[in-house]
Design a protein around this ligand. Structure first.
Ligand code: ATP
Length: 254
């Protein structure tokens, strides 16, 4: 491997493959994710986007290939170990505790992170710092007024924001977002896009999103998948003009 290329990427996968029996959901994917970039991952249903994200986060087992975070090989590490190493993710399916308040949800995640960092903390400062972490993220995700509301009674859009907040509490360097706008109404989508922009400051984000306008507007680089492989990648304008993408994905003839 070239030393220069390795130093430039924060996350890298080499020739990865995920198989379900004889079916290859992801095949021969090699990619370097640069620090501070926002990547939009697109492709038709079943193209392998979520599987690729799962392969990076450790939720899908590789049948081939390797994954590196900051040049450290993480192939075979558990999702938890990867989270601790700086690879965070939020899910397509809601992960929040509906019966607990928004603040309690955040505080639990903050507590898990703090205890992992410093398991032998003195209890005196502990609760204050955990509460501060939770407050900071509450404001970062724009839910300041909702700390005491039960998470289950938040609007769908605010629940998605809370999920992003839970992921932020592990202080990820790389954040994987699987359809954070899914089911979010038009009226709040703009707010959600702003949140994604905000959380992408100073970190690398990989975003799966079906809304093409959003992806084209927000991404520094777009990765197009088709049938388990990367068909094309590049800036929005390049991708929009790519005849392979237009034919295979956007459904247009050249
Ligand atoms: N656990 C599994 N067992 C068997 N097949 C699976 C499994 N998970 C995914 N697949 C298959 O792998 C392929 C890729 O699925 P994946 O969910 O990664 O696609 P996607 O691009 O994220 O699609 P969508 O946009 O619909 O979410 C699909 O054909 C899917 O049916």
């Amino acid at each position: 491997m070239s030393g220069i290329a390795e130093n430039k990427s924060i996350l890298r996968c080499e020739e990865i493959e995920v198989s379900y029996g004889a079916f290859k959901a992801v095949t021969n994917v090699t990619y370097e994710f640069k620090p501070g970039f926002l990547y939009g991952l697109i492709g038709p249903n079943g193209a392998g986007k979520t599987t690729l994200m799962n392969a990076l986060s450790g939720r899908a087992q590789l049948s081939k290939g390797r994954v590196f975070l900051n040049d450290q090989e993480i192939t075979g590490q558990s999702p938890h170990a990867r989270t601790w190493a700086g690879l965070g993710r939020s899910f397509q399916i809601t992960q929040i505790f509906a019966e607990m308040t928004v603040f309690e949800n955040l505080r639990l995640a903050a507590q898990a992170h703090r205890f992992r960092l410093q398991p032998f903390w003195r209890p005196v400062g502990k609760f204050k710092e955990i509460a501060n972490d939770a407050e900071r993220v509450l404001s970062e995700i724009g839910l300041e007024g909702f700390g005491h509301v039960n998470a289950g009674s938040l609007s769908h859009g605010d629940q998605r924001a809370l999920e992003i907040g839970l992921a932020l509490l592990s202080e990820p360097k790389v954040l994987l977002l699987d359809e954070p706008l899914a089911g979010v109404g038009h009226d709040v989508a703009e707010k959600a896009v702003e949140l994604i922009r905000k959380v992408s400051q100073g970190r690398t984000v990989l975003l799966i999103e079906h809304n093409m306008d959003v992806v084209m507007e927000i991404s520094d680089e777009i990765i197009v998948m088709l049938a388990g492989e990367i068909l094309a990648s590049g800036e929005a304008e390049t991708i929009k003009r790519d005849p392979r993408v237009r034919t295979a994905y956007l459904g247009e003839e050249e």
